[in-house]
Ligand binder design. Sequence first.
Ligand code: TAP
Length: 453
Amino acid sequence: MPTHTVINPATEQPVRQVEQTTVEQVDEAIQRAVRAQQHWREVAPADRARLLRRFAELVDACVEELAALETANSGHPVGAARWEAGQVRDVLMYYSAAPERMTGRQIPVPGGLDVTFKEPVGVVGLIVPWNFPMPILSWGMAPAIAAGCTVVAKPAELTPLTAMRIGELALDAGLPEGVFQVLPGKGSVVGQRLVEHPAVRKIVFTGSTEVGTQIMAGCARTVKRLTLELGGKSANIVFADADLDKAAATAPYAVFDNAGQDCCARSRILVEASVLDEFMARLEPAVQRVQVGDPSDAGTEMGPLISAAHRAHVASYVPDGAPVAVRGTVPAGAGFWYPPTVLAPVPADSPAYTEEIFGPVVTVTPFADEADAIAKANDTPYGLSGSIWTSNVGRAIRVARGVETGNLSVNSHSSVRYWTPFGGFKQSGLGRELGPDATDAFTDVKNVFIATD
Ligand code: TAP
């Protein structure tokens, strides 16, 4: 059986060998999920709710263990990893309320009674990237299970450990076998089989726009339902009337969080030209203050990148002679480190300005006025996230309506809150996750007419 050696990106040392799932094993898992779903959809809503709550409680009891695993596997600072494990608990708890609230409609029609049911779509294939292994797993898994689906999840090859542990906790919580399975392995093997298999009725994919487009084409063959969460190149728009101290102090965290490996990273800072120099003077010390180092140290704010290959990719956006305005520091020695880096000024056709870097590199570009800010923010095929800094309420609303993106925050950098819908415009995705309606993405509407005559 093929294996993959999980590497700690902060030390470059092996953590564990993980057996890779074969195509035959994927098929067996899908058959288990099909059988389990026949039973799971019949479990009384209150019992499904109770099992989800018990699952959440077990995750809560294991937050420290899960955080330590993520820190070793992904290099996430331990404080962030604790938050991520806590998010799995919170998302499970939030959707534990869903089974008892999945109401249909009663629609007035002549000659009878018309009602709708929300029927679970069936087996869901959940394909997860390496950047946030725990939260992204939970955003698909929890509402799908709550809706009466069963889930076969594929974590990224590089980061399988927390997903595998969460799969064990599901069984410990009493979820029937086959309701939630985790299959470590390669995208080209396990992921592709989930997309191809006719018994899988829906794919939830988070990852690159490049792979997402292949998956969309693959799903067309069996008319699979599909949710896509893809790349981003989001703008952080700072107007002259903003609280510049706060805007500059928070801007580094809006892009260097998770070492920039964040689909919502505000990797293009757009600043009103009249305050560009003032902003840059405040941004430099804020970047230098970012604590980069040992992820197991509670004070660390930024860890390493996920792999040597990814570091080389990130570095390619900052060739010799690149306009580096600010550069932070990184630890010496082993680890896939890359310093927080600010590029300015950058030409509008520079790859660092137009492409998703997925690393701790941000560009700063001036804009002339409100219309120019919106035009520049929208000048990208992506539309996932973004921030607007201004003290003018009307402007905040106008710009928020003008920017073509799925998730905006005004005078903050908040992006993903499990209470609210999350997803992308344009090539950043299809469909929405999270929020009160997330279970709808795992159901088909059935209409039933009952004649009274
Ligand atoms: P990808 O290379 O696209 O991989 C994502 C997942 O797809 C991995 O599990 C991968 O498996 C699997 N995969 C690869 N090829 C596949 C195929 N042919 N069929 C089925 N599955 C396949 O992305 P990544 O580099 O891991 O993640 C970074 C990207 O994800 C960035 O673009 C980022 O913006 C995006 N992202 C988006 C969001 C949201 S919410 N919009 C959130 C996080 C990340 P292997 O890794 O095992 O090959």
